[in-house]
Design a protein around this ligand. Structure first.
Ligand SMILES: [Zn+2]
Length: 121
């Protein structure tokens, strides 16, 4: 008996670019483990009223490099949106995200699996 179904699995993968500063302000990117809690934060990245995000050009360049490495379509026009939601560790109440016009799209990574007995060695 054969099945008529083919499993198709989608993955949402997050990476942290090796930028020196955060994506939307000039604060260090939080990679310094010796920094104390809540020391690498400013009014802008904490979403205080009256502040606006300023994009990190270096991070965009790294994102494009990642897109090229993954064979992505690099979009000439890109935009960001605010996604509002409550989450206990997100006091500003929103996340800046890309949905409609991301920097990269349609990339791929090929994962090859060997025979099961090969994986158990
Ligand atoms: Zn900041």
């Amino acid at each position: 008996m054969t099945t008529q179904f083919e499993p198709v699995i989608g993955l949402e993968i997050h990476v942290q670019l090796a930028s020196k500063t955060k994506m939307f302000c000039t604060c260090p990117n939080g990679m310094d483990e010796s920094a104390g809690p809540n020391t690498e934060i400013c009014p802008r990245c904490s979403g205080q009223p009256g502040t606006l995000p300023v994009i990190n050009e270096g991070a965009v360049r790294l994102a494009v490099r990642a897109g090229l490495a993954l064979g992505c379509q690099i979009n000439e026009v890109s935009s960001f949106e605010r996604k509002h939601y409550f989450y206990p560790d997100l006091p500003k109440g929103y996340q800046i995200t890309q949905n409609a016009h991301p920097i990269n799209g349609r990339g791929e990574i090929e994962i090859t699996f060997g025979p099961k007995d090969h994986l158990q060695k």
